[in-house]
Design a protein around this ligand. Structure first.
Ligand code: PLP
Length: 373
């Protein structure tokens, strides 16, 4: 059997006619960006998140960068975030001209350890950027309380958390603003690049709209230096066709996660932990084992494709050498980096595929193949 890491063709097949008809209509109309599809998606996805305003943008990295710039965050400012995330989180801070300051994560959820945030606040700190990694939200209540006490803004990196819930509220409505990615493999993915910003702050929303379109509301009149961060109509057609299914797809992912957890529960492997008050939507299903590399190689031989999210934490990446972090500075982050393995996870995964994956994880961990063989 072959189990791909994700299989997008299975999702596309039942939506194909609707998507192609929508693209044809958009192309016939030749309104290629910021047209009716983008505008409708902005309303619908903001509503899905429980936020008052939605702004479609070019990708998740630019979403986070635009939010920070709209908040007036730039050179000389610091933004507290985590290092155990995709590089784009830190890139957005650096592209805005500010400096990322990393705190460690919790070993079970791999999410920001909120208890470490306050110690990192300096007079230069302007914002906190929690990453809802793998599809689960950071513990937002204590974080918002710290932010309020110190007058800091909170920007959610919700790029992996479309529909994730914290105490009954969805990612995208928990901080001052949130950035989403519609990268093709996300729980809600485009067929090219796409991103989204949600916020309840109308003033911020207006500034974000302006920055996304070269700092302009009126064509060729530029009130501020912005950038080209627009979402295009063709991607908005795809996203509009998919959005009505997102809640069901997330439920299917949760069912798969429960099945994996049941099948793996007696094995010497750590399965994902859902924090209390949290509704994880399993963008990724990440297990932890000290024999990660050998397990990954063994699974590949069985036709099972896995991923590592992420193998090198940001603070130890060459690109940010100059920030001065050394190995040992974020011990939990550094340990999980060598132990995490993302198993196949997508809504259309079958019971048979899940059982096949779990059987082989079990075989490897209990039957043989010593470390280093
Ligand atoms: C946690 C996180 N932040 C930011 C991004 C950036 O999104 P994009 O790839 O759309 O720029 C991603 C996407 O891969 C992500 O997973």
């Amino acid at each position: 059997m072959n189990v791909p890491f994700v299989d997008l063709r299975k999702q596309y097949a039942p939506l194909k006619d609707e998507i192609l008809a929508g693209i044809e209509k958009a192309l016939d109309g030749m309104q290629l960006f910021l047209g009716e599809n983008v505008q409708q998606l902005e309303k619908d996805f903001a509503q899905f998140c429980g936020a008052a305003h939605g702004i479609g943008v070019g990708d998740g990295t630019v979403a986070l960068q635009i939010i920070l710039r709209a908040m007036g965050i730039g050179p000389g400012d610091e933004v507290i975030t985590t290092s155990h995330t995709f590089i784009a989180t830190a890139e957005a801070i650096l592209l805005a001209g500010a400096k990322p300051v990393f705190v460690d994560i919790l070993p079970d959820t791999c999410l920001m350890d909120v208890s470490q945030v306050e110690a990192k606040i300096t007079p230069r700190t302007k914002a906190i950027l929690p990453v809802h990694l793998y599809g689960q939200t950071v513990d937002m209540d204590p974080l918002m309380e710290i932010a309020a006490r110190h007058g800091l803004r909170v920007v959610e990196d919700a790029c992996q958390a479309h529909g994730a819930e914290y105490k009954g509220r969805r990612a995208g409505s928990l901080g001052d603003a949130a950035g989403f990615s519609f990268y093709f493999s996300k729980n809600l993915g485009a067929y090219g690049e796409g991103g989204f910003i949600s916020t309840n702050d109308s003033e911020l929303a207006a500034k974000i709209r302006m920055i996304r379109d070269h700092g302009s509301n009126v064509r060729y009149h530029h009130e501020m230096v912005g950038l080209n961060g627009r979402l295009d109509e063709v991607q908005a057609v795809v996203l509009r066709a998919k959005l009505p299914h997102l809640a069901d797809w997330n439920t299917a992912r949760r069912d798969h996660a429960a099945r994996y957890a049941d099948l793996l529960k007696k094995l010497p492997v750590k399965t994902p932990v859902e924090a209390s008050g949290s509704r994880h939507i399993y963008h990724l299903y990440v297990i932890q084992t000290a024999r990660r590399d050998q397990l990954q190689a063994y699974l590949k031989e069985q036709g099972i494709f896995t991923g590592i999210h992420y193998p090198v934490p940001i603070h130890l990446q060459k690109a940010v050498d100059y920030l001065g972090y050394k190995p040992g500075s974020l011990p939990v982050t550094e340990r999980v980096t060598s132990e995490i393995l993302s198993l196949p996870m997508f809504a259309e995964l079958t019971d048979e595929q899940i059982e096949y994956v779990a059987t082989h994880v079990g075989k490897f961990l209990t039957e043989a193949v010593p470390v280093g063989s």
